[in-house]
Design a protein around this ligand. Structure first.
Ligand SMILES: Cc1cc2nc3c(=O)[nH]c(=O)nc-3n(C[C@H](O)[C@H](O)[C@H](O)COP(=O)(O)OP(=O)(O)OC[C@H]3O[C@@H](n4cnc5c(N)ncnc54)[C@H](O)[C@@H]3O)c2cc1C
Ligand SMILES: NC(=O)c1ccc[n+]([C@@H]2O[C@H](COP(=O)([O-])OP(=O)(O)OC[C@H]3O[C@@H](n4cnc5c(N)ncnc54)[C@H](O)[C@@H]3O)[C@@H](O)[C@H]2O)c1
Length: 478
């Protein structure tokens, strides 16, 4: 077996791992990056980029459906599934190509191919061909789609999002399990592209929303377009030829339905099982993830750091990059550990309307021991510009601190919310007050005028010292 001795070993060459490797090198460390799967990152290969490519095609199809309401008629709509998927794969491969170029530029002696597992606190074995002794280690192993026990070993018709972006054609029908970000983004996109889609949720969650008022609104808005079934339990599934017979229990009644595919979108599990993590002797938290400091990415006081989806803190791309930088810097300059830059939280589901949370969530603000907070809100149903664009759906709720008047966060479903989310998360990070936000420019006619309405409502409630919160609405959603 080949033996290697390094300052820093990074496990995983995804976004977090690549950034961690480069950051450790920049600190002057002798570093090696270990990758067991294909290079190219989850984001570019089977995540952010191909999903947004599919959504872009769906938006084009949707504009044709919407056009007659403006008096514009485009003729008969035809979706060429082969061409749609060919563009998704071609453009995806282009994005992956940029990542591969970056990997090619890393010296060969710094790259190891194979799956790493711990054999001791400082030792890793890679696919039984190399033993690595590392003074410090960064775990950046990402996450994998959660496999539902009721759908195990059914057959080729039960898939995850990983398979979707290798399709050669659009399927006839898909059952989506889960109303999280993946389920709603892909479920809506496929519906708009003419695929028969039904979405099943075991509870009532909608993407990352926790504010019960926004959540109810979002459930209604999404159900206007999607065949959405909340409170549905999977009873079982059987592969029958090229279809899956899926049995669902809803309101005590069982129903069997046929779909070409059943897409599991029930969350992602951090890849920390099966890598010998117990060899590290670290305290483990939920999902077996070592307890770590989210400012330094250090696990306990050890020489081990954890970054990206592997730590399950905020499993989105910008956070993976930030985690990787902090972990790599600290692993490189160990034992000089420093807190790195953490930004205001921001998550965006690229559904239409977009679903966004930023800053402190409603659920976080409702946590035991937290002081009361003020709420302001606006509906986009009669908002000027939203109506002009025929996108007058959804609502925004904004949160502020009594006394200081500081802006704390927001949850929303609404038009252009991906941009409004940025604006508001920057305000959270700048720690401005609601009054200061209202002193900023607002053009006309823009969706941001709706944001101003919500902020005015919030400012008034802060000034009054109380909000009109319905007691039925204080229980945060999930
Ligand atoms: C369908 C989908 C859509 C998404 N859309 C968005 C979006 O729009 N915006 C957004 O911000 N985020 C999005 N995300 C989330 C985003 O893709 C992830 O948060 C991000 O890619 C995580 O990066 P990472 O470096 O932690 O993991 P990865 O990129 O998965 O890297 C982990 C690497 O570790 C390797 N590995 C695992 N175990 C081992 C081992 N034992 N030894 C060696 N190598 C190992 C894996 O092969 C992998 O290459 C999406 C995710 C999905 C699935
Ligand atoms: N736009 C984006 O930023 C984006 C897009 C896609 C994915 N992602 C990332 O990928 C992660 C995974 O996405 P996701 O949609 O799979 O997860 P999610 O956590 O957003 O949603 C999971 C869904 O599955 C349901 N569920 C969980 N366990 C279940 C069970 N046993 N049976 C039935 N349903 C069950 C949940 O109720 C929920 O509706 C997200 O957390 C996000 O970080 C981000």
């Amino acid at each position: 077996m080949q033996k290697l001795k390094v300052d820093v070993a990074v496990i995983g060459a995804g976004t977090a791992g690549l950034v961690a490797y480069r950051s450790a090198k920049a600190q002057g460390a002798r570093a090696v990056m270990i990758e067991g799967g294909p290079y190219g990152t989850t984001c570019a290969r089977v995540g952010c980029m191909p999903s947004k490519l599919l959504i872009a095609a769906a938006e084009a199809a949707h504009m044709i459906d919407l056009a007659p309401a403006f008096g514009v008629h485009a003729g008969e709509k035809r979706v060429d599934g082969v061409a749609v998927m060919e563009r998704v794969r071609r453009e995806r491969d282009r994005f992956v190509g940029f990542v591969l170029e970056g990997v090619d530029n890393i010296p060969d002696q710094d790259k190891l191919r194979g799956y790493a597992r711990f054999t001791g606190p400082h030792t890793l074995v890679v696919d039984d061909h190399t033993e690595v002794e590392a003074a410090r280690i960064v775990i950046a192993t990402g996450s994998a789609p959660t496999q539902l026990p009721k759908l195990q070993d059914v057959g080729p018709g039960v898939i995850t999002s990983d398979e979707v972006f290798y399709w050669q054609d659009l399927p006839r029908s898909v059952a989506v399990i889960g109303t999280g970000v993946i389920g709603l983004e892909l479920g809506q996109a496929l519906t708009r592209l003419g695929v028969r889609v039904s979405v099943f949720a075991r509870g009532g969650s909608v993407a990352q929303l926790t504010d019960p008022v926004v959540l109810r609104n979002a459930a209604r808005v999404m159900a206007e377009e999607l065949d959405l079934h909340f409170q549905s339990e999977i009873v079982g599934a059987v592969q029958d030829g090229d279809e899956v017979v899926l049995t669902i229990r809803q309101n005590g009644e069982e129903r069997a339905m046929r779909f070409q595919y059943v897409l599991q979108a029930a969350g992602r599990t951090p890849n920390v099982a099966g890598i010998g993590i117990e060899q590290l002797g670290l305290a483990l938290g939920a999902n077996g993830v070592p307890l770590f400091d989210s400012r330094t990415m250090q696990c306990g006081t050890s020489h081990v750091f954890i970054a990206g989806d592997a730590n399950n803190e905020r499993p989105v791309l910008p956070e993976a990059a930030d985690h990787g930088k902090i972990a790599g810097d600290n692993a490189g300059r160990y034992p000089d550990i420093r807190p790195g830059l953490r930004r205001a939280p921001l998550t965006i589901a690229f559904t239409e309307p977009n679903i966004v949370s930023l800053g402190a969530s409603y659920k976080q603000l409702c946590a035991p021991g937290k002081p009361k907070f003020a709420i302001g809100q606006v509906s986009f149903e009669n908002q000027g510009r939203s109506r002009v664009m025929l996108q007058n759906k959804g609502m925004l709720r904004v949160y502020g601190e009594y006394g200081t008047g500081r802006f704390l966060g927001a949850e929303m479903i609404g038009p252009r919310a991906e941009h409004i989310g940025h604006l508001l998360s920057w305000a959270v990070q700048c720690r401005v007050t609601v009054e200061q936000m209202l002193e900023m420019p607002f053009y006309h006619p823009v969706v941001e005028e709706g944001v101003r309405t919500a902020l005015r409502d919030l400012a008034a409630n802060i000034a009054r010292g109380c909000s009109d919160i319905d007691p039925d609405e204080v229980e945060p959603g999930t």
